[in-house]
Write a protein that binds this ligand. Structure first.
Ligand SMILES: Cc1ncc(COP(=O)(O)O)c(C=O)c1O
Length: 352
């Protein structure tokens, strides 16, 4: 608190990121990073870009990366926006497209940054409760609003809506922007980018942090109608004209050029997720069906906070949220097979 702060700063409730421990001996299953490293071709591209050209500003609009993304998704360059992480892209989306007279609709349980942006940008949010199975029901969004945002698969539940439900949401809100945050879609979902040419009100947000193993590089993007993208560019160019540095641009382009590696590692994560689900169920956990690189699980006889503490004491960290409807769940990121085996061993010892 300080008298020097702008008034808005007093009102903010900032997002609290998952712990990034200093010890590298911990098994880190708490922030949904990919257990596999980036493609060797990405690392080579970053090394190759590490030269004297770093004295020069990068391409302010990241055209090469936009072309790689457009090619990958079968859209055109003016339908693509790129930014320094999907968090940054989302921040720009909230400013550029989601601040209207009517409240913005979002699930009551979803990515914790959405209400934070509303606080920062003065957007009224209305949280729509998930149903008793912690699923999003698109019918519940049939109400006057200034826009809709949801994550699909949702976080932290991992539950997936089919494209037919997204289509329904878009049909129900022809005059509002519907933002679908697909941070985890590559782990078993179908992307709504397939719908952008049919729906001028659809914006889909992706990140390279999860399925492309590049959380440390900070690259995200959005795909939608060119007029929506133009709004994002206007805000971006009123704030930071060069959000993506030369190394990030080089690495991100190379990631889209190595599709084999991307598919292979996504499949490995999905395989481990299915094995882990079975092993957790064998220990008595209820595990929500997940289409993400994490599972959301609770044990009917054991307190989640105690389990998280017990895991931590044995050098395994998972995420525990304290919000009322989900405070008995653990969100466990999918690690390597060996990491997940260790997790299951420790849980087994804590339950016995
Ligand atoms: C649903 C969702 N969206 C967006 C993000 C942000 O990803 P990044 O800022 O690393 O691109 C996350 C990160 O955990 C997430 O869970």
């Amino acid at each position: 608190m300080s008298r020097f702060w702008s008034p808005v700063v007093h009102q903010l409730t900032p997002y609290v990121p998952g712990e990034q421990p200093k010890l590298d001996t911990l098994i880190k299953l708490n922030t949904n990073e990919n257990p596999y490293g980036p493609s060797p071709k990405v690392l080579a591209a970053i090394r190759a870009a590490t030269d004297d050209s770093l004295r020069l500003y990068p391409d302010p609009s990241g055209e090469k990366l936009k072309d790689a993304i457009a090619g990958y998704h079968g859209v055109s360059r003016p339908q693509v926006f790129v930014g320094n992480s999907s968090d940054e892209v989302l921040g720009i989306v909230f400013q550029a497209l989601l601040k209207h007279e009517q409240p913005l609709l979002m699930p009551d349980i979803s990515y914790g940054f959405y209400p934070v942006y509303c606080g920062l940008f003065g957007i009224e949010a209305r949280q729509v409760p998930l149903d008793d199975s912690l699923s999003i029901r698109v019918e519940d969004y049939r109400q006057p609003c200034g826009g809709v945002i949801l994550a699909n698969p949702n976080a932290p539940t991992g539950r997936l809506l089919p494209l037919s439900a997204i289509r329904q949401l878009l049909d129900d809100h022809p005059d509002q922007v519907v933002v679908i945050d697909e941070a985890y879609v590559d782990f078993g979902g179908e992307t709504a980018i397939a719908l952008v040419n049919d729906y001028p009100n659809l914006l889909v947000v992706h990140t390279l942090s999860k399925s492309r193993s590049l959380a440390g590089l900070r690259v995200g993007y959005a795909v939608g109608d060119a007029t929506l993208i133009e709004a994002l560019e206007r805000v971006k160019n009123s704030f930071n004209a060069y959000p993506l540095d030369r190394l990030a641009l080089a690495g991100a382009v190379a990631s889209f050029e190595d599709d084999d590696y991307f598919r292979h590692t996504c499949q490995a994560v999905m395989r481990t997720r299915e094995q882990l689900t079975v092993q957790l169920q064998a220990l008595g956990f209820e595990v929500l069906p997940s289409a993400a690189n994490f599972v959301f699980a609770r044990h009917p006889q054991h307190d989640a906070a105690m389990l998280a503490t017990g895991l931590r004491q044995q050098a395994v960290i998972v995420r525990h949220f304290t919000a009322p409807r989900i405070n008995q769940y653990l969100r466990i990121s999918i690690g390597t097979d060996a990491e997940c085996t260790r997790l299951v061993q420790v849980l087994g010892s804590l339950l016995s």
